[in-house]
Design a protein around this ligand. Structure first.
Ligand SMILES: NC(=O)c1ccc[n+]([C@@H]2O[C@H](COP(=O)([O-])OP(=O)(O)OC[C@H]3O[C@@H](n4cnc5c(N)ncnc54)[C@H](OP(=O)(O)O)[C@@H]3O)[C@@H](O)[C@H]2O)c1
Length: 434
């Protein structure tokens, strides 16, 4: 089956992540599509002096975006420049040339996406923009398709990773806003000009876009009430804690009668809510539908690879839509064909473990248990025991370093037979990093 040829304009954070994924995940992408995505042309101001990833090795390289947009071999153009000037020319130029466009550009799409889409529709091509909001969270797909059958009543989002990182640092370390911002700039988490992030303008563009998808409305970003995080200080977190709350830069769109309340501003959130647990540079979106109730989406809001995944997934969807046959629609199992498979033996899986015992206390118990563990080449991480427990039914815990499940099961089986066991040990894996 014929490849689909891509033109990539912009090779910065998102462009390079996109090319990395097209290089390193080409096999899976082709298995899902049933054909290959071929990078035919790439462009940036300094493209000719760049080392390009594998996928772009045989691409036409130029520093003039017009040569990508008008390249006869390019079927789909990805605009990954940003801003509303040259990017607009690239997007509109590609549409005029009869090419579908994938973009990560929240600013341009929030400002003028509806008009651009009308031009694309009139020209019979597609506009795809998953990466424009919450880079790594497929929130467009969710609102466009996943929960399309519902009627969204409320949408809350933490849509700016930089401000969430700054607020998290202020809360955890009690540092002042200016100090945290300076540190974030030094570490590359915040731009030299942080205005778009800390004053809420970046989040505002994203909220305008999500409101379009959730409520079917066009909101000019300037019409959204927006306040940033500059005035939030450590003392506010101390008071918020006393109220059982934390503080987040919260984007909110809520249907009320025939209208919407829409805002971007710092707000107190109860600490026991799922949104309050969104820490550091992560993003999240929470929707309440009239029928499906609450759904929650969480992930990295930015970064070359998470955003690159969104761009590549859009490129796949658009490439599919170039083919008229139903055989090329999204397969229900994601892949065009499935390989026969059986799960790996769970016993081979290595995990840290929690072993909880109930025993009749006597000297030498730890010695007996640790010698069984040593026989099975299992290392102890920690031993925990609460004071003042019943000595005839004494609970205590041993945690184990990462060990194969089969060995742990055998050791637990042997321990169960020891005469001081009141009941067989309870063995639970410890899942870290979730
Ligand atoms: N960064 C993220 O994590 C993220 C997440 C979600 C969405 N986005 C969006 O993705 C887009 C790109 O962001 P980014 O962070 O990748 O930006 P970036 O790192 O600044 O990269 C921009 C790229 O565009 C190229 N470029 C700029 N002007 C050009 C021109 N006139 N002709 C040709 N190439 C030009 C630059 O070329 P040179 O390299 O040669 O200067 C650079 O390669 C923006 O719309 C942004 O809002 C970014």
């Amino acid at each position: 089956m014929q490849d689909v040829n891509l033109g990539i304009v912009g090779l910065g954070n998102v462009g390079s992540g996109t090319l990395t994924i097209l290089s390193e995940n080409a096999g899976q992408i082709a298995r899902k599509l049933g054909f290959r995505l071929n990078v035919a042309a790439v462009c940036s101001r300094s493209a000719k002096s760049r080392t390009l990833p594998e996928a772009a090795k045989s691409a036409f390289v130029t520093e003039d975006w017009g040569e990508v947009v008008n390249h006869p071999g390019v079927d789909v153009v990805a605009e990954l420049i940003g801003g509303t000037t040259v990017a607009r020319e690239v997007v509109e130029g590609a549409i005029a040339a009869g090419k579908s466009v994938v973009t990560a550009n929240k600013e341009l799409i929030a400002l003028d996406g509806a008009a651009i889409w009308q031009k694309a529709a009139a020209r019979g091509v597609t506009l795809a923009m998953e990466a424009s909001v919450c880079g790594g969270i497929p929130i467009h797909a969710v609102l466009r398709e996943g929960i399309a059958g519902d009627r969204v009543e409320t949408l809350f989002g933490i849509l700016n990773g930089t401000s969430n990182y700054i607020l998290t640092e202020i809360e955890q370390h009690g540092s002042a806003f200016d100090d945290v911002l300076a540190e974030a700039q030094k570490l590359g988490y915040a731009e030299a000009d942080p205005t778009a992030d800390v004053d809420g303008f970046d989040a505002r563009s994203k909220l305008a876009l999500l409101a379009s998808l959730a409520f079917g409305v066009r909101l000019h970003p300037d019409s959204i009430h927006t306040e940033g995080i500059r005035r939030v200080s450590p003392i506010d977190f101390q008071y918020a804690r006393q109220l059982g709350c934390t503080i987040k830069l919260l984007c909110s769109a809520r249907r009320d009668g025939s209208g919407l309340f829409v805002s971007v501003r710092s707000a107190l959130l109860a600490r026991n809510t799922i949104m309050a647990g969104v820490q550091g540079a992560y993003n999240a979106v929470w929707c309440r539908g009239a029928f499906g109730a609450d759904t929650f989406y969480y992930g990295r809001g930015a970064g070359p690879n998470p955003t690159g995944v969104a761009v590549v997934s859009d490129l796949m969807r658009v490439a599919r839509e170039l083919r008229p046959s139903p055989a090329h629609r999204v397969p229900p199992f994601a892949f065009t064909s499935l390989e026969e498979s059986a799960p790996l033996d769970i016993g081979l899986q290595k995990r840290p473990w929690y072993l909880r015992f109930r025993i009749t206390d006597r000297p030498g118990i730890i010695r007996d248990l640790s010698s069984i563990l040593a026989e099975h080449a299992i290392s102890i991480d920690a031993v925990l025991q609460l004071p003042d427990q019943d000595k005839h039914n004494l609970p205590f815990v041993i945690t184990l370093e990462s060990s194969p499940e089969a060995a742990v099961r055998r050791a637990v089986e042997k321990m169960s037979k020891l005469d001081f066991m009141v009941q067989p040990p309870l063995a639970l894996p410890i899942e870290r990093g979730l």
